[in-house]
Ligand binder design. Structure first.
Ligand SMILES: CC(=O)N[C@H](C=O)[C@@H](O)[C@H](O)[C@H](O)COP(=O)(O)O
Length: 228
């Protein structure tokens, strides 16, 4: 069993890089994910976030920093590590932190968030990051026993308008609620300045994915600028 991550201070004020490729894409290979994650660590990432069981396994072997693991199943509704079974598979693959859907929506296995988190804590050493879509989600996830909160699902769960950049207003509301848990800013942070803004708004750490690890999207941004 993976050793428990006991000191989250290693993540305080730090950059976490999410490396994910989507089904059908050329980079959708766990070895590639691990190489991209290891490259991010060379650049200064204090932790990495990867999707898929094999990706978690390969990445664990490739980096020495904490690994946040998730398993996306589908792309609508509750799809980020939707059930306790998915979460335990991520933990067993070596994730130090398992990121799960942290919204108040019904989950496919019928367990509520508190029971899901209790099950992860009972059967693994993994900490739980609740990916939230609103301030109300964050409050409920804190109550349900999450170890960390993330703004990951802001604009994706139907509760918040999808902002072009990060949803700093949601971040500020959760910070103001003073829930007593590390709050990770995640979602549409596309520039170093936005990452800095998120920290200044009270985030404990910042996750950047697409803008660092998804060349197809980044290329499209440049292409659009040239054809505008
Ligand atoms: C909503 C959803 O499915 N988010 C996923 C969660 O793991 C990933 O697709 C994102 O890339 C990740 O959250 C990082 O965000 P961004 O790529 O915007 O920096």
């Amino acid at each position: 069993m993976t050793l428990k991550l006991t000191n989250l201070d290693v993540l305080k004020g730090q950059l976490i890089v999410s490396a994910q490729a989507y089904p059908g894409e050329p980079m959708r290979d766990p070895r590639t994910t691990a190489q991209v994650a290891a490259s991010a660590v060379i650049g200064g990432a204090a932790a990495v976030r990867v999707q898929g069981i094999a990706d978690i396994q390969f990445t664990r072997s490739a980096v020495e920093v904490p690994v946040i693991g998730l398993w996306k199943d589908g792309h609508d509704g509750v799809f980020i590590t939707p059930t306790l079974r998915h979460a335990l598979a991520c933990a067993n693959a070596g994730a130090h932190i398992v990121a799960i859907d942290g919204t108040r929506r019904p989950r496919p296995d019928g367990l509520d968030l508190a029971a899901t988190i209790a099950g992860i804590h009972a059967e693994s050493n993994a900490l739980v990051m609740a990916d939230c879509g609103s301030p109300a989600d964050a409050a409920a996830a804190a109550e349900a026993g999450a170890d960390l909160l993330g703004t990951t699902l802001a604009g994706y769960s139907g509760e918040r308008t999808k902002t072009q950049g990060p949803d700093l207003d949601m971040l500020a509301q959760i910070v103001a609620a003073d829930l007593g848990l590390p709050l990770i800013a995640e979602g549409r942070i596309h520039t170093p300045a936005q990452a800095r803004q998120a920290l200044d708004a009270g985030a404990f750490a910042v996750v950047v994915g697409t803008a660092i690890t998804h060349p197809a999207s980044i290329t499209g941004w440049f292409k659009d600028a040239l054809s505008a």
